[in-house]
Design a protein around this ligand. Structure first.
Ligand code: ATP
Length: 234
């Protein structure tokens, strides 16, 4: 069996004295999409922060492509192959699309290559290349946030709340992009509070509640647990 691209084992983490992840384990195989679902405050963003190296776990293990990176800083996680699309997108409103991509490049030649890569995956961004991000639609901004992760060519892309504040059709089209990325070999962790169509593109899904995994399996198998949690939370 192939090595998981990401293996999170029995992770405990929190803020100060307060533990918010109580022994969370998730695993994603190369080229698969893992959906991480859960209601508000379940610990989804904290899990993303553990995977990106921003939040140091107090116990447990994180391995990327078989390499133990537990407690490593973000730079090392990046080198190990993790790219993150943060909640809220992390876009600079006064910078253009081209400038966002240029920030990732060491020189003009690389900047050009990154642009070409971004525009081939997201042709719509080419039309917006000189527009400042603050004046773009929410969907376009999210596309830019995704593009920024994609051009880094890291094998694992972790996306926190892709759908936040976006209309369902826009979310659907972004999910298609995510599915395409997986088809081209990327491994994806897609974190969402609401279910949307995540179950349509996820190969596996986990449900987090109160800092614990309460369901784990193929999307079809966890549908009932999800219904319980969301009805319970509502
Ligand atoms: P949401 O969908 O609202 O972002 P979430 O599932 O992503 O929720 P987290 O943001 O990981 O959940 O939050 C889990 C718990 O940790 C919550 O109780 C939250 O209040 C707490 N928490 C998150 N960030 C911090 C922080 N920086 N300092 C203290 N507590 C925090």
């Amino acid at each position: 069996m192939t090595e998981p691209m990401l293996a999170v084992r029995e992770i405990r983490a929190g803020y100060g004295q307060i533990e918010v992840l109580h022994g969370v384990s998730v695993e994603v195989r190369p080229g698969q999409v893992l959906g991480v679902l859960g209601p508000n405050g379940a610990g989804k963003t904290s899990l993303v922060r553990v995977i990106s190296g921003e939040l140091r776990p107090t116990a447990g293990q994180v391995a990327v492509a078989g390499v133990d990176v537990t407690g490593a800083r973000p730079e090392r996680l990046a080198r190990a192959g993790v790219a993150t699309v943060p909640e809220g997108r992390g876009i600079f409103p006064s910078l253009s699309v081209a400038e966002h991509l240029r920030l990732l490049a060491r020189d003009r030649r690389e900047a050009k290559a990154l642009q070409e890569h971004a525009f081939s995956v997201f042709p719509k961004l080419a039309e917006r290349r000189n527009q400042v991000a603050g004046t773009m639609s929410g969907g376009e901004q999210q596309m830019l946030a995704l593009a920024r992760a994609v051009v880094l060519r890291r094998p694992l892309i972790v996306i926190d709340e892709l759908s936040m504040g976006l209309a369902p059709q826009i979310v659907e089209s972004l999910y298609q992009h995510v599915a395409d990325l997986a088809r081209d070999g990327s491994t994806i962790v897609l974190v969402e509070q609401f279910v949307h169509d995540i179950l349509g593109i996820a190969d596996q899904a986990v449900v987090l509640a109160h800092g614990q995994v309460v369901a784990d399996g193929p999307p079809t198998e966890i549908a009932d647990v999800l219904a319980d949690h969301y009805l319970g939370a509502g």
